[in-house]
Design a protein around this ligand. Structure first.
Ligand SMILES: [Zn+2]
Length: 321
């Protein structure tokens, strides 16, 4: 169990109607479970698990977009807690609930919902108190892209100084609309949509080749790998960077003992476990940064051979013990 390594802010990104919200809540169940299983799953039967399963755990807080409705005519800005029972029953009835379906439940006519600054204040107040069960607590934010900038800035302050045992799980359909400063504070989990196929096997090959060379301690092989990569077209090189980021995210989930969040079949999972067991937290942090920088360099037409050499050797050095 590596819950200590789990990032304090995780951004689940997925298309509308995907299972992102249930995925986030199954992670919440794991975080709050009082009898976590060795394979990185919640027990499913302890009182905590049952309460999370019914979305009524007192240490599981929800933030969802809301607005003034016919049933709530107060002058102050509405917050999720004003509609908590409605939200719970709507989610339990339809875990894949869409934004529009939620607004219909709220009966806010043609208005859109928002996450206002009052909501951020509400959460700040709650965080001043100890958790009910004395353990971890989870704040699940559905559609953070609906956050008012003032609310987002307040939230950012919390994310910058996370209190121990507090986990923010954000579920977004439009992560590009989030403040970049919020996005960069979160570990990103891309939830595959039901239609989209998993990455093709070929996407893994160039990365696995590099990893095998690094693990077998063959720097000359890394040089050959870089030369091969440099001969690929620019689009294939960009595709390599994108899939490498995605694959390393899968490995990272396995590394954190959260294989269910890697969304892999059994065969890919066993390969992922083999690689992840030889990686470290430092490796993941360093290589994410490197791959992102390298992607930017490709856009600027940096010399391919120099780029892949430097990337390859960064992998090599980060993986030596
Ligand atoms: Zn449990």
């Amino acid at each position: 169990m590596r819950i200590d390594n789990l990032s304090h802010a995780i951004l689940f990104s997925a298309e509308e109607g995907s299972g992102a919200l249930p995925q986030a809540l199954s992670l919440a169940q794991y975080i709050l479970c009082s009898d976590k299983q060795d394979e990185g799953t919640a027990c499913g039967v302890c009182p905590s698990c049952r309460k999370t399963g019914n979305a009524v755990h007192p240490d599981l807080h929800f933030i969802v977009p809301v607005n003034r409705s016919a049933s709530l005519s107060s002058a102050r800005q509405p917050v999720t807690d004003d509609f908590l029972d409605l939200w719970r029953s709507s989610y339990l009835e339809n875990p894949g609930i869409t934004e529009q379906e939620w607004y219909q439940k709220l009966e806010i006519e043609n208005k859109q919902g928002a996450i206002g600054v009052a909501e951020a204040g509400n959460i700040l107040r709650k965080l001043q108190f100890r958790s009910f069960d004395g353990g971890a607590r989870v704040i699940a934010i559905w559609l953070p892209e609906r956050m008012h900038p003032a609310a987002a800035n307040k939230l950012l302050k919390i994310l910058e100084e996370p209190s121990p045992g507090t986990y923010f799980l954000l579920v977004s359909h439009r992560p590009d609309q989030l403040l970049p400063t919020i996005r960069s504070r979160c570990m990103l989990v891309q939830v595959p949509s039901k239609e989209r196929r998993p990455l093709p096997r070929e996407a893994y090959l160039n990365l696995e080749k590099l990893l095998d060379l690094c693990f077998s301690g063959k720097p000359s092989g890394v040089l050959d790998w870089a030369e091969d990569m440099a001969t690929l077209g620019r689009e294939s090189q960009k595709a390599f960077m994108a899939s490498a980021l995605q694959i390393l995210r899968q490995y990272y989930m396995v590394f954190l003992s959260l294989p269910s969040l890697a969304f892999l079949d059994a065969a890919s999972l066993s390969t992922a476990s083999r690689y992840a067991s030889r990686m470290s937290e430092t490796f993941f942090r360093r290589i994410y940064d490197r791959l992102n920088t390298a992607t930017g360099q490709l856009e600027r037409n940096v010399n391919g051979k120099a780029l892949f050499c430097s990337l390859g050797f960064d992998f090599f050095l980060s993986l030596q013990r």
